[in-house]
Write a protein that binds this ligand. Structure first.
Ligand code: UDP
Ligand code: MG
Length: 333
């Protein structure tokens, strides 16, 4: 019987946990010829998410959880889940039920009957989203598809089902600056895309502010393309060429018409513009350098504080197995 691991990153999702569990349980019963494992990754939540998860984990052995020592971000949570999934297939799903679990039987069919390695989903509408956010999201996908070799689908969700080879391929990419949409595209394999209408969050609120998204987008661009660096070089060449021509023009003009002192405002403008472009280029360079620095330090992508199963990840050395039979778990050492 093939086993499906459903990985759910949870950050401050206390209202969602019972609803989520209900939905997962229902989905599991729709696929009776499959074994299930639910891996809930508590990404350092500050509310009662962890104790909600613990309560359910006590009643259902299929539910496994990993709780981080602090908030490491959704990417870290996805990585932790994949690293510790034991299933033949792994599914990544949001805790807020914006990723309809009802699609799961179709996703399983795509890999089992139609020979795909992965089945991903995309939203065809962005209803319920602020227009400015949709606009920047569209721009981002346009830029990414032009600038990088990775094929990125507009509206793609992280919600997808992967077969074991696909999961292993992703685990082969243990980079610190993780951008899953890019990583999924980069590894290749045959992916089927399912489309669905945007679903509003069932409870709680979005964890992504505009700035968080913008930083994430920049991280995506820097992780998957070096085109901005080429921009800097292109600017440099263009301006040197322009300056060279201008020098010749000025020398010729001075020889012919003499040397009246004029035009220093325009000189200042040119200096400022060149200065600006230089700073911009150094900034772009800095983005790459900063990421190289973080990558070289080779810090762990997440740290686990507590879990109810033995982690498979050998680098997460403090493997704590807590059996919190009393609710005051947090007070224990
Ligand atoms: N999430 C997380 N860590 C974070 C932010 C979000 O694990 O730092 C999880 C969150 O609990 C949810 C998923 O990532 O399961 C998607 O977050 P959200 O629904 O807020 O994003 P949106 O759907 O608005 O893009
Ligand atoms: Mg959501």
């Amino acid at each position: 019987m093939p086993k499906i691991s459903i990985i759910v990153p949870c950050y401050n999702e206390q209202e969602m946990i019972p609803l989520l569990y209900q939905a997962l349980d229902d989905t599991a019963s729709q696929l009776p010829d499959h074994e299930f494992e639910f891996i809930l990754v508590d990404d350092g939540s500050k509310d009662a998410t962890l104790s909600e998860i613990r309560t359910i984990a006590r009643t259902d052995p299929r539910l496994r959880y990993i709780s981080f020592s602090r908030n490491f971000g959704k990417e870290g949570a996805i990585y932790a889940g994949l690293k510790n999934a034991s299933g033949d297939y792994a599914v990544i799903m949001d805790a807020d039920l914006q990723d309809p679990p009802a699609l799961l039987p179709d996703m399983v069919k795509a890999v089992e009957k139609e020979g795909y390695d992965s089945c991903a989903t995309r939203r065809v509408t962005r209803a319920g989203e602020p227009p400015i956010r949709s606009f920047f999201a569209r721009m981002f996908y346009k830029i990414m598809n032009k600038a990088s070799e990775v094929d990125m689908v507009d509206g793609a969700r992280d919600y997808r089902l992967m077969t074991r080879p696909f999961v292993n391929a992703i685990l082969e990419m243990p980079e610190y600056n993780r951008f899953s949409k890019g990583i999924f595209g980069w590894v290749g394999y045959k992916t089927k895309w399912l489309e669905y209408e945007n679903v509003e969050r069932a409870a709680g609120e979005t964890k992504w502010s505009f700035w968080k998204l913008l930083k994430y987008a920049i991280s995506g661009i820097v992780s998957f393309t070096t085109v901005p660096l080429q921009f800097a070089s292109a600017f440099g060449i263009l301006f040197s060429l322009f300056a060279f021509i201008m020098i010749i023009v000025i020398i010729v003009r001075t020889c012919v018409y003499g040397d009246p002192v004029a035009g220093w405002p325009s000189t200042i403008c040119v200096i400022m513009m060149i200065g600006g472009i230089q700073l911009l280029s150094i900034g772009i360079l800095g983005q790459y350098l900063a990421r190289t620095y973080l990558e070289v330090k080779d810090r762990p992508i997440y740290l686990c504080r507590e879990s109810n199963f033995e982690l498979l990840d050998e680098r997460q050395n403090p493997i704590i197995y807590h059996d919190f039979s009393n609710e005051q778990g947090e007070e224990q050492k």
